[in-house]
Write a protein that binds this ligand. Structure first.
Ligand code: NDP
Length: 289
């Protein structure tokens, strides 16, 4: 299979590497050096021009938001071939993806939204969970390719459903990171040793991925790696809030989480990691992390 892969960022770079084990992968990236390195190191083909990606049977985009995907769709529209499958692995906006799918359908191109979860470590180890929105036959085609990048691949519903559940599940994580940081920092402020606070939390009802995996490294060891940009996380929660608005749903926790993450983004800047919201909580209370 010929695959055109567009967007070799923290997630796309390793994903394209896995696909190259079984397919001919042609890579394009805005910053060309990354695509050159990918071709050199992983046996992929460097696209001389982005339109070369449209010669493939399958096009995969892994970009920050639906806006960038839309720009790429516009660039490729004139050269798209009938029968191509477009897999958008970006954590995008379901409303935009439905419009994109309709636009591509006029060219005979099928579209699935296939966002992923599992962080950069999941992309590196090909253990991602991938949630797909699209027609059953397009899901089947996409699954057969994406199995090289992920362990769990789930058909969620029609186009847009993958993007919708992705941002909703990320919002659950955001709220969990925030409340767990808040309570553990409060325990410290109260005078409880942080290690002890973690031990109790992880042996009890407050346990979560945040308390077990995400926060100990930061709050106990003082290591704050950039794993997932706060800017991306804020974008996801804002899309989730827009879904609530569209559905005329009352979601006060989601709204609060969105406000807290957006305020943190303004404070920390677009290169911050999302777990750094814990620093904002500490600052709000005049304490340290
Ligand atoms: P990165 O910021 O690491 O990479 C973004 C990629 O998009 C880069 O290849 C970048 O190119 C490219 N890009 C940015 N703007 C444009 C543009 N205007 N035109 C063309 N290309 C552009 O992001 P991630 O890989 O971390 O994330 C990608 C998607 O995956 C996001 O939607 C994110 O929410 C989602 N995601 C991320 C996870 C993570 O842990 N990082 C986990 C799960 C999902 P360039 O190299 O030139 O900057």
């Amino acid at each position: 299979m010929n695959i055109g892969f567009i967007g070799l960022g923290a997630m796309g770079f390793p994903m394209a590497r896995h696909l190259a084990k079984e397919h001919h992968v042609i890579v394009w990236n805005r910053t060309r050096e990354k695509a050159e390195r990918h071709a050199r190191e992983h046996g992929t083909k460097l696209a001389a021009d982005i339109t070369e990606c449209a010669e493939a049977d399958v096009i995969i985009t892994m970009l920050p938001t639906s806006r960038e995907v839309d720009e790429i769709v516009a660039r490729l529209m004139p050269v798209l071939r009938r029968g191509t499958l477009w897999i958008d692995a970006t954590s995008g906006d379901p409303n935009v993806s439905r419009e994109t799918a309709a636009r591509l359908a006029t060219k005979g191109v099928a579209f699935v939204d296939a966002p992923v979860t599992g962080a950069t470590v999941g992309a590196e180890n090909a253990t991602l969970t991938i949630m797909i929105g699209g027609a059953p036959e397009d899901f089947a085609r996409a699954k057969d390719i994406l199995r090289l990048c992920g362990k769990t691949i789930i058909h969620v519903g029609p186009v847009g459903a993958g993007h919708a559940i992705k941002v909703l599940t990320n919002s659950i994580m955001g709220a969990t990171v925030w409340i767990t940081s808040e309570c553990l920092l409060l325990a410290k402020q109260y005078g409880i040793d942080m290690k002890t606070a973690f031990a109790v939390t992880n042996a009890g009802s407050g346990r979560s991925n945040a308390s077990e995996n995400l926060l100990p490294m930061r709050l106990l060891e003082g290591k704050w790696p950039l794993v997932f940009k706060l800017a991306h996380h804020d974008k996801d929660i804002r899309i989730a809030a827009s879904i609530a608005h569209q559905q005329h749903a009352s979601t006060p926790m989601l709204a609060l989480t969105q406000h807290l993450f957006t305020a943190s983004l303004h404070k920390l800047g677009d290169q911050a990691d999302y777990i750094e919201v814990a620093k904002v909580i500490a600052e709000m209370n005049g304490t340290s992390w």
